[in-house]
Design a protein. Structure first.
Ligand code: CMP
Length: 229
């Protein structure tokens, strides 16, 4: 995919004209990060926006005791690093490549120039920030209101909704997250997640293969019952 095609696939840039996309592509640069590589650190000053070309990026916050909370995992066509460009504050979280990842980066001045002339880009940014706030609200309520079993079920529902692909038999498959990743999303231990997943497998609500997790077509209803206890 060329840089221009990639930018076109990013919803906030989709209303730019071909000439505008071309000039935006000219000021972007590509960079690669190996799996496990840190792209940006929480609290650092930030002057770059990143768009994911391929791979996957984990956005998280490290507690003083070294424990990590995962806020989000994002993939191709999604962007991050916009907050520091918008409010001039340090980076709000750390971003790490969890697969070999290729990014397009856009410097602050170029980002500001492109949003100035285009209210559609600003409107798109506001939409994405609203969606992230909704998701964060849902995470807060999950953490505050559900027991650990319900939280694990909620993470699986979120992943199936956000990353799931429908199989021929109607079931939904999505990336097999590590037990540690799931634990870090919901503030529990890896061992607890392992136990809960085994339980969901025993109830035939979840199948785990080496690379994927699979849930039934009616997973939202089935897992809702789990979260209601
Ligand atoms: P910035 O603060 O510049 O650097 C860290 C980035 O992580 C931030 O911009 C956002 O792009 C992203 N980020 C922070 N919080 C969340 C969240 N709750 N969900 C998704 N992405 C986030």
């Amino acid at each position: 995919m060329t840089d221009r095609e990639l930018l076109l696939s990013v919803p906030i840039f989709s209303e730019l004209t071909p000439a505008e996309l071309e000039s935006l592509a000219r000021v972007c640069s590509r960079r690669q990060h190996r799996k496990g590589g840190v792209i940006l650190y929480e609290k650092d000053p930030g002057d770059t926006l990143f768009v994911i070309v391929s791979g996957r990026v984990k956005v998280g916050i490290q507690g003083d005791d070294g424990r990590e909370v995962i806020l989000s995992v994002i993939g191709p066509g999604e962007f991050f690093g916009e907050m520091s460009l918008l409010d001039d504050e340090p980076r709000s979280a750390t971003a790490v490549a969890i697969e070999d990842t290729e990014l397009l980066s856009l410097a602050r001045a170029d980002f500001q120039q492109v949003i100035q002339g285009h209210s559609s880009i600003l409107a798109g940014l506001v939409r994405v920030l609203s969606a992230r706030l909704r998701r964060a609200n849902s995470q807060i309520s999950t953490l505050a209101l559900l027991d650990v079993y319900g939280r694990v079920a909620r993470v699986l529902v979120d992943m199936a909704r956000e990353e799931g692909k429908r199989l021929k038999d109607g079931r939904i498959s999505f990336r097999r997250a590590t037990h540690q990743e799931i634990a870090n999303r919901i503030g529990t231990t890896r061992e607890t997640v392992t136990r809960m997943l085994k339980d969901l497998e025993r109830q035939h609500l979840l199948e785990v293969t080496p690379r994927e997790m699979i849930v039934g077509a009616d997973f939202e209803k089935a897992f809702e019952q789990v979260t209601e206890g």
